[in-house]
Write a protein that binds this ligand. Sequence first.
Ligand SMILES: Nc1ncnc2c1ncn2[C@@H]1O[C@H](COP(=O)(O)OP(=O)(O)O)[C@@H](O)[C@H]1O
Ligand SMILES: [Mg+2]
Length: 226
Amino acid sequence: MKSIIVANGLTKVYRRGREEIHALKNVDFRANEGEFVSIIGPSGSGKTALLNIIGCLDTPTGGHLQLNGAEVSGLAERDLVKLRRENIGFVFQQFHLMPTLTARENIELPLLFSHKNRGRNKIDRVLQMVGLEERGDHLPGQLSGGEMQRVAIGRALINDPHILLADEPTGNLDSDTSLMIFDLFRELNRKGLTLIIVTHNKDLARRAEKMYTLRDGKIRVCEIFS
Ligand SMILES: Nc1ncnc2c1ncn2[C@@H]1O[C@H](COP(=O)(O)OP(=O)(O)O)[C@@H](O)[C@H]1O
Ligand SMILES: [Mg+2]
């Protein structure tokens, strides 16, 4: 099996005045291509810090990261942007949709920043993939929370990323809707997508193949299911 994410000895230190906050302490993390991995841990344990580093939204204070065979540590900003655009899709707890754009236009948005072709077919395919065929022309305000998160997932998928990262994607959704979003993740995973999902909810986290538990900036346990 091919490793698509390899992180070794990651540390992250935030400085607030004289205070140092050690958000990540020597974290080793690995995911294989096509794997569905969850990360759980209490608030403040470093989940977002880890996900942001894996997604190249933030840089570690120490340690090494490889994505899809490429060394990330030490890359210049523009190479980092390229690596991120070609490999990573990101989903957040707050859906971060543009309120004046339709579902279809929100999903299309990243194509404006990449040099990939902007086919209507492509957007239709993504709308179908996230179960929103009938909702393409709705504004976010006309959608339910679960539908809004589906739009955000579609937007994350439009550039064909190898890896989907989601930071508490069901944090604003009720339990039934959360289950449906996790079913969608599983379906995308079956099609070959690598998924790393951060959640507070252990029952949801156990739907992944592998679960990392973070506590106090350290990986405490890695459980493997099925
Ligand atoms: N920009 C920042 N400046 C200072 N401290 C931060 C910053 N971001 C996060 N932290 C601290 O780092 C630790 C880990 O935060 P975070 O990764 O957001 O935790 P989680 O996502 O698990 O709730 C926390 O103690 C948090 O307060
Ligand atoms: Mg967080």
